[in-house]
Design a protein around this ligand. Sequence first.
Ligand SMILES: [Zn+2]
Length: 292
Amino acid sequence: MLNGVQMYQINAWSFTKCAWRITICINRKTYLCTMILTDTHTHLYAKEFDPDRNAVIQRSIDAGVSRLFLPNIDSHSVSGMLELIKHYPQNCFPMAGIHPCSVHLNYEEQLKEVETGLSKKEMKFCAMGEIGLDFYRDITFASQQKVAFCKQLELALKHHLPVVLHVRKAFKETLEIVKEYNCPELKGIFHCFSGSPEEANQVLSLTGFYLGIGGVITFKNSGLQELVPQIPLEHIVLETDAPYLAPAPFRGKRNESVYITLIAQKLAELKNCTVEEVAEQTTKNSIAIFGV
Ligand SMILES: [Zn+2]
């Protein structure tokens, strides 16, 4: 603390906070932060944040990353997520749903719990997420994953909620299912998108669907650096997927929502626009999806 100015320093990245402005310094370039950035996908309730969760969230809010959308995983993650909503009602927004990797034999029971949660008047969920198909490691429950996914798309439509989709090694199958349910009311995000230009076009041809772009954009070998300049900002939202997939220069370390600033910076560089433009448009997109 220096004359009322707080200084945060994490390797190549730092920001200074005082009463009237926030200055973000990334790789020696300085940005005056008057922006509102949105992390559309962050697991802040994860055990990786147990030692310093409040500091992590405060650091994010102080840097302008003040809108934090929390996808659920399964029945075990609900209480931690709702605890955060109690403490940060202006900043944290909860989702309901079962991650495809949590779909096992008892998925019907889990779905019932999701349905009960959705019907509670005192809790307002902003989306169904994260839901979808993951055939990357284990396809034991592939057919159950499909049934659970369809059921959760139906719940999204019934409760007028957008969807946050987790898709891994299952793009074709996911798209087929989404197309079955596609209608003007169904909107959402293909979270952590890292597909081909053709796949990106297929997503964008569905009205109301956006690509979630995260830390992978900073990885040189990901293909995203070639893809992203072709995607209009109007179809992109930002996400960290914290604590996973930290952007460079923190690759391999714990990810935090504050690193949305690094993702926004990389996106601005690739799209040849300002960080402010990225912040404004991607936050606008997130409002169009979630309605908050
Ligand atoms: Zn996630």
